[in-house]
Design a protein around this ligand. Structure first.
Ligand code: GFB
Length: 313
């Protein structure tokens, strides 16, 4: 058991959806939260990362900083997704080891697994087959992060661990229709269709792929649970254990947003991997389970979306 009491915890990426949920969650712990504004620290610059770690000397850090995006952004910007994620990971692991930060929790993604991995996906299916082409750049950067954690543990005995969250959603998500993940896009599209009194709303692809979703507050809770209770080389899946077809997800979003028109398809857009439901047995066996149902989560995010709509304009 790793006690957070009186510890200094650096949340790298605290302005992002996951990072801000981690900060909210850590506020109920007896620890000091360290964060860095983007203007103060550019994580792609090795000298700046080293200077920051040397100056703040955190006891532990959670690496939630990453360049992220939905299926189209991943596909369109392969160099950005590969380079930025690799360099952030390399800088942080190296600086942490150099200045004796002995605990890191690295965050990956469910897209690290092979496109046709057996479902539900077990942690040990990593690197057992080819990746989904729409996000292989991001996936390779995240696999490198897992391997960095493993390598520093093996070579230097560091307590570096990795968690693989599934598709996340929640307050602070990106609602840009080109670069976002599916759930915020569907909420925004259904809401706009309702306001425009449109007869229809369009989803990308066939609607048949299945995805697993987890509310970011559940994810943050699972991550702090792992930080306290887990220390091993094997990365751990963080998911809800349930998946849903994209077309069903759209129906659910339409119900929540009260949009009653038809659902049409833009078949020029990619489907991506057919299914990626992760096994959540490792976390369940340790005694952790999610609390927020998908419908409840979508309702609360829709409320957040409406409350913050003006500030996004
Ligand atoms: O969430 P998403 O963009 O990414 O798309 P992935 C999931 C599914 O929703 C795909 C469909 O089958 C999309 O075609 N979809 C339907 C839509 N309508 C829309 C829409 O309006 N917007 C979007 N974005 N999708 C990402 C990876 O894969 O998952 C990342 O690209 C990361 O690397 C993330 O791992 C968790 O689930 O396919």
């Amino acid at each position: 058991m790793y006690s957070l009491s009186q510890k200094k915890i650096w949340v790298a990426g605290h302005r992002g959806m996951v990072g801000s949920a981690l900060v909210r969650r850590l506020q109920s712990e007896d620890c000091t939260i360290v964060t860095a504004a983007r203007e103060e620290l550019d994580l792609t610059r090795q000298d700046q990362v080293e200077a920051f770690v040397r100056a703040h000397k955190p006891d532990a850090l959670i690496l939630a900083a990453a360049k992220v995006g939905g299926i189209l952004a991943n596909n369109a910007l392969p160099a950005d997704f590969l380079y930025e994620n690799l360099i952030i990971e390399a800088n942080i692991f190296q600086a942490a080891h150099r200045y004796d930060v002995n605990k890191i929790l690295f965050l990956g993604s469910s897209c690290i697994y092979p496109k046709f991995a057996q479902q539900p996906i077990q942690e040990d299916s990593l690197l057992s087959g080819s990746l989904e082409p729409t996000n292989e750049w991001y996936a390779i950067a995240k696999i490198a992060g897992i391997k960095l954690a493993e390598a520093y543990r093996r070579q230097h005995g560091r307590d570096y661990i990795s968690a693989m969250p599934t598709n996340l959603y929640g307050p602070g998500d990106n609602f840009d229709l080109q670069s976002s993940h599916v759930l915020p896009a569907l909420i925004r599209k259904a809401h706009q269709a309702k306001l425009a009194r449109s007869d229809e709303v369009t989803i990308w692809g066939t609607g048949t792929p299945r995805r697993e979703f987890l509310h970011v507050d559940d994810c943050a809770d699972a991550l702090i649970f792992l930080l306290k209770n887990y220390s091993d080389v094997q990365h751990v899946n963080v998911g809800s254990g349930e998946d849903i077809e994209i077309i069903e997800l759209m129906r659910l979003v339409c119900r929540v947003t009260e949009f009653h028109g038809a659902i049409t398809h833009d078949l020029s857009k990619p489907d991506g991997t057919p299914r990626k439901l992760m096994s959540n047995a490792t976390l369940a066996n340790m005694g952790w389970k999610p609390r927020i149902s998908l419908e409840e989560g979508i309702r609360s995010v829709y409320e957040w979306y409406l409350e913050t709509e003006n500030s996004r304009r």
